[in-house]
Design a protein around this ligand. Structure first.
Ligand SMILES: Nc1nc2c(c(=O)[nH]1)N[C@H]1C(S)=C(S)[C@@H](COP(=O)(O)OP(=O)(O)OC[C@H]3O[C@@H](n4cnc5c(=O)[nH]c(N)nc54)[C@H](O)[C@@H]3O)O[C@H]1N2
Ligand SMILES: Nc1nc2c(c(=O)[nH]1)N[C@H]1C(S)=C(S)[C@@H](COP(=O)(O)OP(=O)(O)OC[C@H]3O[C@@H](n4cnc5c(=O)[nH]c(N)nc54)[C@H](O)[C@@H]3O)O[C@H]1N2
Ligand code: SF4
Ligand SMILES: [Mo]
Length: 721
């Protein structure tokens, strides 16, 4: 028996886990519990972390598989043959169409080592910036907002702030379900300290909103109006920090003049809340010594996501609520290593070490470090997730390599996305599980080792880096992602660039690229991380710390920038034909497209089927009873869901969970109705809102598929030996 300290591979809270491994490790013999010594979670875990071991040996992709076209069955092949196919295809595409016809689409569920080797292969060796990740659908707006307002990416807060704040302002986030251990810490402190206020801004009355002192159920997409309305009152009441504004910021006067338009009457009307509630929120901001705001997808997944983020940061700057205990703008990272992805250059506009593709000096630094000729790293920003789809439509993508994400469920405008995926001349899909929805669109399947089967690092929302060691062998022939990338690199003629014998060597190279960068981890190594997790920003400190404590920001003049935005509203506002706003999100037990959680009975029993939340007033108008089937139609597609009539959703808005792809239910994929309109600055799509009509189904509808019957459609794979 041995006990391995590691990190939960689900959400960005990044809880430490202790896994007890028996003599002959099998998933059923693993015991998982919280790691009391982990600085971020202090021994706590939620249901997902606690049940992770149950998913490790279910429906794994075990061997490389290939087929010539999507209507053929897959054939098992050797790694040698699969990798040669991949290398040959890339070589042909580069020769005939150029390197920008190669695209890789990755995910915040990769480890930093995987991410880094992928960047070296694509941006360095091949010379294309076409690496994007699902962080484009997730944290792009937060990262862009931080860079524009504060001069660099990186959440400035730490989790200890949850227990040091006077007021938590939670906007567009449901941490009770999505970041449960962050919420536990906050909630406990809130309960014990009556002076601490909790404000929740969300069109739904979520479990998070249930326990708030003030719930502002604003209309979807009216966040900027609300924030400017709060700022208006703070200016009116003189509740601003004049010294901080004077000494540490730029452009406050322009912002203050914009807020003049946002009278309480106007804001209350636009947001659909009372003037009294608006004033109460502003009063909590004004009276609290320390305000901590927490946000996630209700802010970022918007056609004005960056503007929302920056307007929220404005409130912190005007009240001096940043760089001190219990205060600051804190984006809750979604995935376990979305932070590591940003650090290692895992979005199409980035280079490793918080560098930018557009910056000539940054490109030169990376080229030199990699020993590549000047000009090898392209100055052109690569394709974003959605640009890959439009690139496929225009026949500009010769090979698409998808890794650790399930875009056939998670991309917007799913019918269009699927049609584009179907037209791909060559799709490589590297995942841990089979089947998944995206496997149906692949020509080459590469089996990936996942958490617990490979060693690597992940960074959580508070910038804490934890080592996740391998504690069992990968099933079948699965391999670590970084090893697969490195081997393809060698076969493409870049052997000298991929000499790594293990992931510690990969990490050692990567951290050098962070030297003197905002995310400096140059002193970190797997060996040091084996002793204890380390936080970047203040690696010498024994406890987690915050950034910008000296009031100096990472902008060229050291001052933070105010931003003045008026809201443009939703990209697709409701109208006569499509009168409802459809929003969507997550449930406590499930993780995204259910690749793991859908295979854990304890969790599937918690949620027998998908559903549509609708307010009783709207239900009554449409003669919909609880449990009736409803067609949800947008201009692009349709869903069919049983109604859940509830006051927890604002009238005029409906909600469905995002977790049911075509493998797990019929017509329940929320992205069949969403649109791809994106924030112009971060290029993050507005996944959280689209206009829909609701049509109750008169006849009894067929029940949604609740068992795994769909799995049989994919049964052409040979059984494991
Ligand atoms: N259980 C569970 N936890 C997870 C995940 C999971 O799949 N399952 N995924 C992880 C990932 S990758 C992410 S990104 C995070 C996401 O974490 P969250 O963002 O907290 O989760 P969501 O449910 O997607 O959306 C949050 C809320 O945004 C609200 N919202 C919608 N439109 C608006 C709007 O215009 N304004 C405001 N203010 N609010 C709005 C929705 O009603 C919803 O309650 O969760 C992480 N944690
Ligand atoms: N409508 C709507 N759409 C959304 C969202 C929303 O709120 N609403 N949220 C968006 C957001 S924030 C996110 S983060 C995305 C999430 O969407 P996806 O990334 O598509 O969802 P996951 O189910 O997490 O897919 C992760 C895949 O990685 C595989 N995997 C796990 N570990 C490894 C590994 O180590 N290596 C490899 N190669 N594979 C591995 C898993 O088996 C799984 O298939 O969805 C986005 N789409
Ligand atoms: S809160 Fe997040 S990181 Fe912690 S156990 Fe739950 S899913 Fe894992
Ligand atoms: Mo996410």
């Amino acid at each position: 028996m041995s006990v391995v300290k590691t990190l939960c591979p689900y959400c960005g809270v990044g809880c430490g886990l202790e896994v007890t491994v028996g003599e002959n490790p099998t998933s059923s013999s693993l015991k998982v519990r919280g790691d009391r010594s982990h600085p971020s979670s202090q021994g706590m875990v939620c249901v997902k972390g606690a049940t992770i071991a149950e998913s490790l040996d279910k429906d794994r992709l075990l061997y490389p598989m290939v087929r010539d076209s999507l209507d053929q069955p897959f054939q098992q092949v050797s790694w040698d043959e699969a990798l040669q196919r991949v290398a040959d295809r890339i070589q042909t595409v580069v020769a005939t169409q150029g390197p920008d016809s190669v695209c890789m689409y990755g995910s915040g569920q990769l480890q930093t080592e995987d991410y880094y080797i992928a960047q070296k292969l694509l941006r360095g060796c091949l010379g294309t910036n076409n690496f994007d990740s699902n962080s484009r659908l997730c944290m792009a707006a937060a990262a862009t907002g931080y860079v524009q307002s504060l001069g660099a990416d990186g959440p400035p807060c730490c989790y200890d702030d949850l227990e040091l704040t006077d007021c938590a302002f939670i906007m567009g986030a449901n941490p009770a379900e999505c970041h449960p251990i962050v919420f536990n810490r906050l909630r406990k402190y809130h309960k014990q300290n009556p002076h601490v206020k909790l404000i929740v801004v969300d069109p739904r009355r979520t479990p998070t909103a249930e326990v708030a002192d003030l719930h502002l159920a604003i209309r979807p997409g009216t966040d900027i109006d609300l924030l400017n309305g709060i700022a208006h009152l703070l200016v009116l009441w003189g509740a601003t920090d004049a010294d901080f504004i004077q000494n540490h910021t730029n452009d406050f006067p322009t912002y203050a003049s914009v807020t003049q338009y946002y009278s309480p009457e106007r804001v209350a009307e636009t947001c659909g809340i009372s003037i009294a509630d608006l004033e109460q929120a502003a009063r909590y901001w004004a009276r609290s010594e320390r305000v901590l705001s927490l946000w996630a997808m209700g802010v970022n997944q918007s056609s004005e996501g960056t503007a929302k983020v920056r307007t929220l940061i404005n409130l912190h700057l005007m009240t001096g609520n940043i760089g001190k205990p219990g205060a600051g703008p804190f984006s809750l990272t979604g995935q376990p290593n979305a932070m590591g992805g940003r650090e290692s250059g895992g979005m199409s506009h980035l280079l490793p070490g918080y560098r930018s593709v557009k910056n000539p000096q940054h490109r030169a630094e990376v080229e030199q470090f990699w020993g590549l000729p000047a000009g090898q790293v392209s100055p052109t920003v690569g394709r974003t997730a959605w640009d890959i789809i439009t690139g496929l439509e225009q026949n500009d993508v010769g090979v698409l390599w998808i890794v650790a994400t399930n875009p056939a469920v998670s991309l917007p405008d799913l019918e269009r996305s699927k049609a584009a995926l179907r037209s791909s001349p060559c799709t490589i899909y590297q995942d841990a599980y089979y089947p998944t929805e995206t496997a149906a669109y692949a020509h080459i399947l590469l089996p990936a080792a996942q958490w617990g089967e490979k060693t690597g690092t992940m960074t959580n929302s508070e910038r804490m880096v934890t080592l996740c060691p391998a504690f069992q062998s990968p099933p079948g022939e699965a391999r670590a992602d970084w090893e697969i990338f490195a081997e393809v690199g060698r076969r493409l003629g870049f052997a000298a660039h991929f000499p790594f014998s293990d992931s510690a060597a990969v990490y050692a190279e990567f951290v050098q690229l962070t030297h003197d960068r905002p995310c400096d981890m140059s002193q970190f190594s797997h060996d040091r991380l084996r002793q204890t997790p380390l936080q970047w920003g203040h690696p010498q400190s024994p406890s987690p710390q915050r950034l910008y404590t000296d009031g100096r920001f990472l902008t060229p003049d050291g001052r933070a920038n105010f931003a003045a935005y008026h809201s443009r509203g939703l990209a697709e506002p409701p109208d006569r034909d499509y009168p409802f706003v459809m929003t969507n999100g997550r449930l406590y037990g499930h993780w995204h497209t259910q690749t793991r959680t859908g295979r854990i009975p304890k969790i599937t029993e918690m949620y027998p089927q998908p559903f549509l939340e609708i307010h009783p007033r709207d239900a009554q108008k449409l003669d919909i009873q609880d449990g009736d089937w409803v067609d949800v139609r947008s201009r692009r597609g349709q869903l069919r869901l049983p109604a859940k009539v509830t006051r927890s959703i604002a009238p005029g808005t409906v909600f469905a969970p995002m977790h049911w792809g075509s493998l797990w239910a019929d017509q329940a994929e929320v992205n069949s109705v969403t649109h791809p309109e994106a924030c112009p600055e971060s290029l993050q799509p507005e996944l959280k809102a689209c206009a829909v009509q609701l049509v109750p189904i008169a006849v009894a509808a067929p029940p949604a598929t609740l068992d795994n019957a769909h799995l049989h459609e994919y049964s052409e794979l040979p059984l494991p030996v």
